[in-house]
Design a protein around this ligand. Sequence first.
Ligand code: BGC
Length: 765
Amino acid sequence: MKKISCLFLLAALLSNSIFAQQKKTVNLAQQKMDTFINSLLSKMTVDEKIGQLNLVTGGEATTGATVSTDVEAKIAKGNVGGIFSMTTPEKIRRTQEIAMKSRLKIPLIFGQDVIHGYKTTFPIPLALAASWDLLLIEKTARVAAIEASADGLNWTFSPMVDIARDARWGRIAEGSGEDTYLGSQIAKVMVRGYQENDLSKNNTLMACVKHFALYGAAEAGRDYNTTDMSLDRMYNEYLPPYKAALDAGAGSIMVSFNDINGVPATANKWLLTDVLRKQWGFKGFVASDYTGVVELVNHGLGDLKTVSALSLKAGTDMDMVSEGYLLTLKQSLKEGKVTIVQINNACRLILEAKYKLGLFEDPFRYCSEERAKTEILTPANIQFAREAATKTFVLLKNDNQTLPLKRTGTIAVIGPLANTSTNMPGTWSVNADLAKAPTLLQGLTEVAGKDVKILHALGSNLIADANQQTWATAHGRDIPRDNRPEEEIIAEAVKTASKADVVVAALGEASEMSGESSSRTDIGIPETQKKLLAALLKTGKPVVLVLFAGRPMTLKWESENVPAILNVWFGGIEATRAIGDVLFGDVNPSGKLTVTFPQNIGQVPLYYSHKNTGRPLGDKPWFTRFQSNYLDVSNEPLYPFGFGLSYTTFDYSNFKLSSNTLKPGQKLIANVTLTNTGKVAGEEIVQLYTRDLVGTSTRPVKELKGFQKIKLQPGESKVVTFSLTEEDLKFFNSDLKFVAESGDFKVFVGPNVRDVKEADFKLVK
Ligand code: BGC
């Protein structure tokens, strides 16, 4: 006994001393950085300090009407702190060399929107989230960091962690969906994948979490629109993913475009100083979004000089593209509208980022022509992109085992998405070689093999209205138009379909129908494509709808009439080979929705984690007067959060809790037996939700608290175990205190948020 306690003591002493040693090293590193930055700051003129706050575009890709000009001359004068949208070691080296000739030789940072992969493009973030596979998602970020840093970059404008519950908002495609818990988990692993806890390595990128904050709650889903939100919702539902990303060590954060409760984020001192710095203790730097500072003029906060001073004072350190800081801050300093301390603070944070990236040691550390040749688009990365894509597809319907397809006979691949490569990588894939992604026709032909004959017809335009099609196929993501009358194009496709054994209808959105500035008020498949689908169904051939989508879509008619629907989102450069893998059953689909699919647009915003109201419909039939429901549609979604089918089936049984009470410091164990009851191996995403039944504030009807992805062979069973602690039950109460309140709780487990088994317990404090 004595021996054991001595051993414990020794171990404790040892770990204390290791901890003390680590702390000492961190402190020393911090001191070294402080000394360096202090000395540099003391040499800098006001102009040079303001120059560091200026972020300009390198001109390769822009996301606004304004483009930076005279960039090289400005760098030479020390008027630029960072560049984005410039790639390749050659160009970056040449540009960095200009900075190295400026008076103080302060290196530039080089950023880019590396959102879902770099040249090896992975599925769009909403799709990646549907994999519920944190290791996989982390690896996509890691691969992206390796490739992007091999091409000269050291900073990425990702992860995008905005909770989005309005399917009209096109940027829902860029995030992880509607759920706070899942979104926070994904935010963390993305940061880890990019930064690997060591920014000084030449194959990591500094993450820039965006868009702070609440950008996903833009009114009516119209991009850049106003947000007005209660503190309860903000703290409990929208802010946690940003915080999770910062806690994971993200080095920077990007401010959102939107107005928040009357003050646009870029000039919102409460948000950027009180919440971000004081409550959360964030130590990195804050960048505006593209022309976010000058847009404050349109928001109605004053002229460029006024809004620039407001932004700096609020806590926006770096001004992306507006050049409001460059043009006006010196004058504001003279007039006493900003202080030198404010300028110094912002400048210090940006210099620190450069220091942590190792740029003062070697400004060219990310400029390796050799790495650019050998580490980008490697066969292993491309193979991984294909695997990753297969994990993101969500099987929404599969009647009569229409899928998987047989590798014999004739398949007609029809629809405007069937023969386009440029649309496959998905929105925000600025670095993808668009022509390289195989079209669905090519991908399926390759995967199908020699015994399958593949036929093709366009079948319909993307959208009947030519103008709208042009807008929906921007940034080189074109889909050729056929100017014949709609009926003629459809008739031709019907003819082709009638020669086939099965029809694959490649329909839905083009990739630029989601993403930035791509909001829609009708989130269905465009009418002309629906007519085509109806005509294809009339042929009596089995039809598989391969749905391309960057958002939840309204598919009520399709869900009632089409035998099989595979939602493939936008799967990256290997999308179509991966679609082949799943359609032919080489891979069993396992993705599940992280956004609720509504029955119709009028239900939007529709999300599972809503409050109960005083008049919930509950189990009463729709329509029940004086209950919270609609006259014309039930409250149910078309496809609930967490939903997704497989080629096999899973059974949930023996759901049990270890106790019916939980006390602080204890763990409540929830066990459920999962059995693969079908004929093929498959992966199931088992989800655990809770409900806090009584609280000092109203609580959501369900909240995701855990999930596990389990692979089972046919007939195999496994006990899946979750554990809950008091910590998992905490929320921000009306005083914004993070607490768990004693009382009754429900816990649910199941394959999606709707089809759950439930049990009860009490939190006793
Ligand atoms: C977008 C950001 C992006 C930035 C730079 C803006 O329009 O909102 O997400 O990072 O452009 O490209």
